[in-house]
Design a protein around this ligand. Structure first.
Ligand SMILES: C[S@@+](CC[C@H](N)C(=O)[O-])C[C@H]1O[C@@H](n2cnc3c(N)ncnc32)[C@H](O)[C@@H]1O
Length: 265
């Protein structure tokens, strides 16, 4: 195996542990603890409801417009959006997510149509989506430019795209989580604009309120359940190590969570 192959397989196994195996365990935990745990537990990396509300404010979703969640994970953010916009928006989210177990769990937990697909190759017709978001995805791959081009392709002109991205502040990182690829603010903006979007607004998520206690308690209970049942599993340990590193880097503000509202031009 070449060095590149070895690095690639370490990255794939870390991504699979974090985004696929733990996703399947999360579904199991939600079934045990109750469906009111599904949305907080199903928001993997998408921050607090205040973050989601800020991004949702830029989507301008109404009537039965078509909405895509690209790299949807377990589907918690899309389920939150449906509840949040109830009465204003009657459309049904379409989800794409490359990790098969996560995609299956999202469909079972929330009943949304989910395609198991990577965002750089969306099985979706050109100009068929009115609004989309991609939360915590552009920072887990180096394929950002291709992803953004695909998102631009599937959106109608004038369509809205919301983004949540972990940004590299520019300082060297003392340790790096496997598989992530954090752009700097300038790199991200260049890629967004090159793909055919205008940045309308942006905010550092640290400026927005954290999650309400009831939300955090539910997410914590799900995490505790998963740890109780799976902490001896190598995938749990790998995912926990990823979380620890990202937590440290965010704590030291070497990476920051950035929210963007953009429009396809
Ligand atoms: C931090 S999680 C965020 C999940 C979800 N968007 C949320 O906010 O809860 C990152 C997600 O990106 C997915 N992902 C990784 N590579 C991807 C790719 N090439 N295309 C689309 N999604 C990808 C992962 O499987 C994972 O579900």
């Amino acid at each position: 195996m070449s060095t590149d192959d070895a690095l690639g397989s370490a990255r794939d196994s870390a991504m699979e542990a974090e985004f696929d195996t733990v996703a399947a365990w999360t579904e199991e935990a939600v079934r045990a603890l109750g469906h009111d745990h599904a949305i907080p537990a199903g928001c993997r990396g998408s921050g607090s409801p205040a973050d989601l509300a800020w991004i949702a404010g830029g989507l301008d979703l109404h009537a039965d417009q078509r909405f895509l969640d690209s790299g949807a994970g377990l589907g918690g953010p899309a389920a939150w959006l449906s509840e949040h916009l109830e009465g204003r928006w009657s459309g049904r989210p379409v989800l794409t997510e490359p990790m098969v177990h996560a995609a299956q769990s999202a469909r079972r937990l929330f009943g949304f149509p989910v395609a198991a697909a990577a965002s750089e190759d969306l099985p979706i017709a050109t100009a068929s989506v009115d609004a989309a978001w991609s939360l915590g995805v552009l920072c887990v791959t180096a394929e950002r430019a291709r992803m953004l081009a695909e998102l631009r392709r599937v959106l109608v002109p004038g369509g809205r795209l919301g983004l949540l991205v972990l940004l590299h502040a520019g300082e060297p990182l003392p340790e790096e989580p496997e598989g992530n690829d954090f752009p700097t603010r300038d790199e991200l903006e260049t890629q967004i604009v090159d793909a055919g979007f205008r940045v309308d607004d942006e905010v550092d998520a640290a400026r927005l309120p954290g999650a309400p206690i009831a939300w955090s308690e539910r997410a914590d209970r799900v995490e505790e359940y998963i740890a109780r049942h799976h902490r001896d599993h190598p995938a749990w340990q790998q995912a926990a190590e990823q979380d620890r590193i990202i937590g440290r880097l965010m704590g030291e503000r070497l990476i920051t969570m950035h929210l963007l509202r953009t429009t396809a031009v």
